[in-house]
Design a protein around this ligand. Structure first.
Ligand code: SF4
Length: 244
């Protein structure tokens, strides 16, 4: 099916198409937030053996591990947990410290590259298509999210691209999906423990991520890649780590 035809499918049919078409070469990539749970639920209903991939950056909150276990038990599925490369992480922390993300935006992006983006890129080598829970409403950076697109060299599906948060909540409630424990504590978007905090009602959804970086993109680099000056500075730092 062509991308423009895929984009017209409702979320559950798009997920079902990917599961049936690519089988074990398809995976749901999730950090177990509400949107990811919706995709996961749709995918497991299409195939109980569907692949679920998550990245354990080594800095996740305890609550995320709890919800991973909850998902494994509820759906009786294996969750593929991908870890950062040990040598790369050791080199990064030796050169720049374990909490380098507090220094400057480029060091935060470096940490995200080593702990999130590169591990996921390795995992994606094993799939032809992958699905995420991205929604356009989540942030200005995501406003252009399409239901189907090419990304990381393969077909990326964002079946909830045009869903509202109310639709996600409705699906979650109607299907009794597991909820990330931090959501009830005001965390509208959940990543690594040191880089995520609760927000106030009415704040932008992703404002609790890297909150000390004012006016910067609230992205780790998986869905929106840095460009221009930031990319050049990041490439230099990455080069230092990867050349050793
Ligand atoms: S979210 Fe923070 S701790 Fe996690 S990978 Fe990015 S910078 Fe590092």
């Amino acid at each position: 099916m062509e991308i423009q035809d895929l984009e017209r499918l409702p979320a559950d049919r798009l997920v079902e198409w990917a599961v049936r078409t690519h089988k074990q070469r398809f995976a749901v990539v999730t950090s177990f937030q509400a949107e990811g749970m919706v995709i996961l639920d749709m995918a497991v209903k299409a195939d109980p053996n569907v692949r679920i991939i998550t990245v354990d950056t080594g800095r996740l909150p305890e609550e995320t591990y709890a919800v991973i276990d909850q998902v494994r038990e509820r759906y009786q599925i294996a969750v593929e947990i991908v870890f950062p490369d040990t040598a790369e992480t050791e080199r990064m922390t030796a050169l720049h410290g374990v909490n380098l993300f507090r220094r400057e935006p480029v060091f935060r992006r470096l940490c995200c590259q080593i702990r999130k983006v590169r591990p996921l890129d390795r995992a994606l080598q094993t799939v032809d298509s992958w699905a995420t829970g991205l929604r356009r409403e989540q942030s200005p950076d995501r406003a252009g999210t399409r239901p189907a697109e090419q990304s990381h060299g393969r077909l990326k599906l964002n079946p909830l691209a045009d869903w509202t948060s109310e639709q996600v909540e409705r699906y979650t409630a109607e299907h009794g999906l597991p909820r990330h424990p931090l959501a009830a504590q005001g965390y509208a978007s959940i990543g690594c423990a040191p880089c995520t905090r609760a927000i106030q009602l009415g704040d932008p959804e992703r404002s609790g991520r890297w909150w000390w970086e004012e006016g910067m993109s609230k992205e780790c680099g998986i869905h929106v890649t840095p460009d221009g000056k930031m990319k050049r500075a990041l490439d230099v730092l990455l080069g230092d780590i990867l050349s050793n």
